[in-house]
Every structure is written in C-alpha cells, then in structure tokens.
Ligand binder design. Structure first.
Ligand code: GTP
Ligand code: MG
Length: 195
C-alpha cells in the first residue's frame, strides 16, 4: 500500500468515541514497550506520529490512526506493565477485551512479540485468548535488529514454540529500526482488508 496520508484521529477511552467511518481496523496488541507504536510509525514512514517512549505504559487508550481512506491502525494499551495498579490493569483488560470481542470493523490483530526473548506468560495468554475467540491474528516479532541475523531463525522457532502457534498463523520478522518485514506485513494486511 502506498501511504499518502496518515493522521492521528482520537485517543478513545470508550466505544462511544470509536470512529464511525466503517473502515477496516488493524489492532496492535503486545506487552508494554515491545514496540507497537514504533511499528505503526515504520509502516507509515513517519518518525513519531504514533507516540513512542522508552518508558513503558505510555499508551493507555485506544489510539486510532487513519491511513489514506483505507484503514485504521488501532494502537492498544500494552499489557504486563507491573507498575500499574491491579484495578487499573483490570479496567484496561476489560476495555481491550470488549474491543477485541465486539468491534465489527476489526479485521486483524497484530500480536507484537520481542524477538529477543521467549514470549512472556502474558503473551502466551493473549495468543491463546485470541485463538480461542477465533480472532484473526498475525504474529509480528520485532526488534530483530537487536540480535545478530544468524540467530533470527533460532529465536523465531522459540517464539512459535512458546506460543504454541499454529502452522497457519502468519509470522513476520520485523524491525522498526531497519524497516525489515514492512512489505511483507503490508501484504498480509492488504489481503485481510481486501485491498
Ligand atoms: P507502550 O505504548 O508503552 O505499550 O509501548 P510500545 O509497545 O508502543 O513501544 P514503543 O513503540 O514506544 O517502543 C518502546 C521502545 O523500544 C522505544 O525506545 C523504541 O525506540 C524501541 N523500539 C521499538 N521497536 C524497535 C525496533 O524494532 N528496534 C529497536 N532497536 N528498538 C525498537
Ligand atoms: Mg505505544
């Protein structure tokens, strides 16, 4: 997809604020600080449209980014951030769960995983939950630039095994730093939204 226009639309704190454009939505799920916002920026070639931070737990709402008149990226709050109170965590949990279960325009969830480490318990739970509910997903392993290329395949294997990924799940090796995996991921997204 050629991105001609990308704009931030809204930080939604509830369903009444979700856009009414009826465009397909691609949501990004993953633990806090894994690189979800950076991935969006790389996909649209903008340095800092999606707010990134070296401090985890920055994104606490559903942030909508409109790409051309074709789709929305929906940046979900990261999970597994210990410094947040349990009440807060439960509140986010319900909020995200509700979005993932009921949003009719949601076409694909990008489950963003750090290629460097085996997926966490939270990653595993998120994967199982999405599969259980039949939500279409694509596993995106990011920060590939942080490990030597010679180790990519080995790490990829550990990620898939730890998640218990299905053979049919698409998996994209990604680096927001290098732009690696960008074209492949766009292809998967385009296919999902019937572009
Ligand atoms: P929350 O919004 O807190 O959930 O975090 P996030 O998942 O949106 O992470 P974000 O994109 O803000 O990135 C977190 C940190 O990781 C930042 O310092 C990024 O620069 C860095 N980062 C993200 N992706 C990559 C990558 O592919 N390679 C490298 N080297 N650094 C990355
Ligand atoms: Mg973020």
């Amino acid at each position: 997809m050629k991105v001609n226009q990308a704009e931030f639309i809204i930080s939604a704190v509830g369903p009444s604020q979700y856009p009414t454009d009826a465009l397909p939505e691609i949501a990004l799920a993953g633990r806090s600080n894994v690189g979800k916002s950076s991935l969006i920026n790389r996909m649209i070639n903008r340095k800092n449209l999606a707010r990134t931070s070296s401090k985890p737990g920055k994104t606490q709402q559903l942030n909508y980014y409109k790409i051309n008149s074709d789709l929305f990226f929906v940046d979900l709050p990261g999970y597994g951030y210990a410094q947040v109170s349990k009440t807060e965590r439960d509140k986010w949990g319900k909020f995200i769960e509700n979005y993932l279960l009921n949003r009719e325009f949601l076409k694909l969830v990008l489950l963003v995983i750090d290629l460097r480490h085996p997926p966490s318990k939270d990653d595993q739970a998120m994967y199982s939950w999405l599969k259980h509910h039949g939500t279409p997903l694509c596993i995106v392993t990011t920060k590939a630039d942080k490990i030597p290329r010679s180790k990519w395949q080995q790490h990829l294997k550990i990620v898939k095994e730890t998640l218990g990924a299905d053979k049919s799940d698409p998996v994209v090796l990604f680096s927001s730093e290098l732009g690696l995996g960008k074209d492949e991921l766009w292809q998967i997204i385009e296919e999902k939204i019937g572009y």
